[in-house]
Design a protein around this ligand. Structure first.
Ligand code: ZN
Length: 265
């Protein structure tokens, strides 16, 4: 897992608001940004690094992922890639699963589009198979997942399972810095999972150095993220023992965790 390719195309975070990451993929001369909720920090970065913006990619319609688009377009009239079914007016290249985004200014970087509904109805993710990079917006977080605003537990679990099926060394570029608080919840679900403790130590050390806990990897998520472990016997048993689960099925376990997490702090 690397955030830089042999040809020097690199992914870096642009922090926005309190805990959002706008991910930038850049060559020496050009950049694309994913989910620019704010324009100012993007324009700042482009200016400092003397980069031309060549495209905007969106995962879903929420304001904190899209509100910077118009101001970026005023300076850079570039294509806006985004979900076909999420009601985003600024999207000029509507996408759904099966589509591929090719970025000529970034060495023909190729991103496959995955439909991952649940957080919003039209949410998509972008997957660069050659580089093993996943840009998953608010679907999958470090040790957590997005709130289920517009989907069913079945749908949300299917979306997460689709991402979990990617190669274990895929880098996970999620849209928010929520990892450490999510790991606290993960510990409630699996108090004996030592991978969770190890990850919490590593991620706390990163935050202490003011570095993001992302990207993680699909392998790390599968080992520590309770929402990718809803099918584990110990997870279901724990939820049942806590009186939060009736039927020991992965979907019910997922739903029970998602509901508990909504009010957990
Ligand atoms: Zn969102």
């Amino acid at each position: 897992m690397s955030s830089v390719t042999a040809s020097g195309i690199a992914v870096s975070p642009i922090p926005a608001f309190r805990d959002n990451y706008i991910w930038m993929i850049a060559s020496q001369t050009h950049a694309v940004v994913i989910d620019p909720g704010e324009a100012a920090p993007v324009l700042d970065t482009l200016r400092k690094r003397s980069l031309q913006l060549s495209a905007i990619l969106l995962t879903h319609r929420h304001e904190d992922h899209t509100a910077g688009v118009d101001d970026l377009l005023a300076k850079y009239p570039v294509p806006v890639y985004g979900p076909k079914n999420d009601g985003i007016a600024s999207v000029t290249v509507p996408l759904q699963e099966g589509d591929t985004v090719t970025l000529p200014d970034l060495g023909d970087l190729s991103l496959a589009v995955l439909d991952v509904p649940g957080h919003t109805r039209g949410h998509i993710a972008y997957y660069a198979a050659a580089e093993k990079w996943l840009f998953c917006g608010d679907m999958l977080f470090g040790a957590g997942c997005g709130r289920m605003f517009e989907g069913t537990p079945d749908q949300m679990l299917a979306s997460l399972s689709k991402l979990a099926a990617l190669p274990e060394d895929t880098a996970v570029f999620a849209g928010h810095e929520y990892t450490l608080s999510n790991l606290k919840f993960a510990r409630e679900i699996e108090p004996d999972n030592t991978a969770i403790d190890a990850r919490a130590r590593d991620d706390q050390a990163l935050l202490n150095r003011r570095q993001p806990t992302l990207p993680s990897t699909i392998g790390i998520e599968k080992a520590t993220n309770p929402f990718l472990r809803a099918d584990r016997a110990n997870v279901m048993a724990r939820l049942k023992a806590l009186g939060r689960l009736q039927n020991e099925t992965p979907v019910d376990a997922f739903a029970a965790m998602r509901e508990w997490k909504n009010t957990y702090s």
